[in-house]
Ligand binder design. Sequence first.
Ligand code: G4P
Length: 530
Amino acid sequence: MTDYTKEIQKRRTFAIISHPDAGKTTLTEKFLLYGGAINLAGSVKGKATARHAVSDWMEIEKERGISVTSSVLQFNYDGYCINILDTPGHQDFSEDTYRTLMAADSAVMVIDASKGVEAQTRKLFKVCAMRHIPIFTFINKMDRDANDTFELLDDIEKELGIPTCPVNWPIGSGKKFRGVYDRDTKKVLTFSDTMKGTKEGHIEEIDIDDAKIDEVMDEDQKEQLMDEIELLDGASAEFDMEAVSCGKLSPVFFGSALTNFGVETFLQHFLTMTTSPLPRTADCGVIDPMTEEFSAFVFKIQANMNKAHRDRIAFMRICSGKFDAGMEVYHVQGDKKMRLSQPQQMMAQDRHIVEEAYAGDIIGVFDPGIFSIGDTVCTPGKKFAYEGIPTFAPEHFARVRLLDSMKRKQFVKGVNQIAQEGAIQIFQEYMGGMEEIIVGVVGVLQFDVLKYRLENEYNVDIRLENLPYEHIRWIANKEEVDVEKLTGTSDMKKVKDMKGNPLLLFVNSWSVGMTLDRNENLKLEEFSKN
Ligand code: G4P
């Protein structure tokens, strides 16, 4: 094996998906702790400090105390090189969160044991399911009173439509939490309170038939565990690695990120069950990550890292080969050879210049405004484009009113540029022009971002009027239907996107179904691949 193939083999690139407060940050922090990337638990977290050091580029972020964009963390553990793609966990997450998932090879889904599947998890799961990537479940906060374990699994299966396979099984929860039973080794890992992770936990591994087990749990708990295991062996899906690999079965682990319990076991299992970077589809066929030639695609563009220079950073996922700083690459969509300048990578909290990177890694490069989301860069001499990144359905809409009509030109430029970066989507009335613009966003914070940026960068004041639409559908068979003649519901609005594709906006999901019923040959879709 050559050096570069060894490097690629040891890479694991995944995203953590969850609903806010389920414990994603805490889990990430514990991963970094095991990898030795940070010394002190808490240094990633401190929402007011560390997160801003990473993305301290926009006042709006400071004001709100949340991270608008997602970042990437790299660390080493047990011979693996791990890239964690951070997906903003706040309610105001954006389309970037979805796009980040396009760069991951697998996902870890963190669920709060007392809450089960929540709204944001559901949304992010949908995107992972669309890509058929492996999804691992970590049921967190077992040190607090949890829902019934079977109910939790049932919830995942019913809500998300994915069968589960528990790798371990919890013994009690809250004050009665005693640890987990590993179904494979038939050993119990005992829980000891680490006082929120401040002191080292002592985890013992005891065989279920060992008499010592009685010191860990009482008779009732043991009986319950035995009953549950028996039930589980009969009822749950059998472990099938192939089904896991294509996202059709989710291995489930229980633990408590805050107290460090179950985290390392989870990480170890996860690393052996996931694979090195996956092949990716391009217009010339599937590209093997192990091929020597470098290739990557842009999945995120972050604007204004430095306000004075109006520069942008394009985040790329390397899909094959090795990247060397200073190497010449070919930007396929721009049809230009170029050098990527100031390639950066995030190691724990630090941003640093990368000299080399491999398939599976994410790099951020300086973008003078030439890249668009989904663009491919590759070794000169090659010419192929990776499959595009879908446009995800916005969930909030507003009409944009320009306050000073003399500034029309700057306004159109600004709105278009911000849309090109992927922060917002813009639509027009189906039969209208640019005089009236409707903006759609995935998270409402993007409205503030738009207003703020138009004011600060383009010197344009706008007013946003919220529209009641919540559902958007692209017309999948636009060649076959006459959009003007569609019979919709009274709340339906016909619009078009910047490429002229027709879309329908609805206030409620009932209207979507109704419109489909009324127009027999109409086909609608939630993502647009155009
Ligand atoms: P997020 O990134 O998914 O939004 O969640 P985060 O890790 O920030 O965790 C949300 C809250 O849940 C935090 O409490 C955190 O300490 C707590 N938490 C995370 N994992 C566990 C766990 O395994 N057990 C228990 N009991 N709590 C857990 P907070 O009060 O919001 O913050 P802090 O004051 O503790 O820092």
